[in-house]
Design a protein around this ligand. Structure first.
Ligand SMILES: C[S@@+](CC[C@H](N)C(=O)[O-])C[C@H]1O[C@@H](n2cnc3c(N)ncnc32)[C@H](O)[C@@H]1O
Length: 195
């Protein structure tokens, strides 16, 4: 039953996703709250099904579309969970309310990702990056330093093709550290790697 509700929530958010929407944290940071495309959503779900992560972390919650695709891949809602972070208080609150209504194991954390990380205390098996593109690398380094991720963690990142220049330092990091990674040619480009 809960899976049917997740599917129908995804469908209604897909409609919202076509509109796009601007965001700001009130401190000069502006961007577009463009949710993931459908092809990326399907891939996220498949990757979760095959990797079967216990703990998933997402950076960039927005209205929860990608979070819903990720948890659609959960085999067992009582033994798998997702933490997700957004620095917009309004969307954090409304997305947490959406997840509570669905009764799914999703915790929305409000704040700048780098400031939220030290408050987390899990070791994540899979991380999905989808906030500011030029922050992917500092966020990755911070997660490693805090030991929230490590050998075996699956790394996924959206927009590595359509916003390649902003993601370049992040992409270079995988080359420099000789970490096997693939860029799947979705509409926006999805990086898939394993530390
Ligand atoms: C592209 S949207 C995320 C879309 C979402 N993953 C989806 O597909 O439904 C980016 C979101 O990241 C948030 N964000 C941007 N930079 C952030 C940061 N440094 N820390 C936390 N949240 C951030 C924005 O408020 C925005 O809601």
């Amino acid at each position: 039953m809960r899976r049917d509700q997740i599917k129908s929530e995804i469908e209604s958010l897909e409609t919202l996703s076509k509109q796009g929407e601007s965001y700001s944290d009130g401190k000069d940071r502006f961007g577009w709250r463009n949710p993931i495309r459908k092809d990326t959503g399907t891939l996220l779900k498949s990757l979760v099904i095959t990797r079967n992560p216990e703990h998933v972390l997402e950076i960039g919650t927005a209205h929860g579309l990608s979070a819903l695709y990720l948890i659609e891949g959960f085999h067992d809602f009582s033994n798998q969970d997702l933490d997700t972070i957004d620095f917009d208080q309004g969307v954090s609150d409304s997305t947490q309310a959406r997840m509570d209504r669905l009764g799914v194991p999703v915790n929305v954390h409000f704040g700048d990702a780098i400031e939220v990380f030290p408050k987390l205390n899990k070791r994540y098996d899979l991380v999905f990056f989808d906030a500011q593109k030029n922050q992917y690398l500092p966020q990755l380094n911070s997660l490693i330093d805090l030991k929230l991720i490590g050998a075996g963690t699956v790394i996924l990142a959206d927009n590595v093709l359509d916003r390649k220049s902003e993601c370049q330092p992040f992409l270079d990091w995988f080359h420099e550290n000789e970490i096997n990674h693939h860029i799947i040619e979705t509409e926006c480009g999805l990086l898939v790697a394993r530390l």
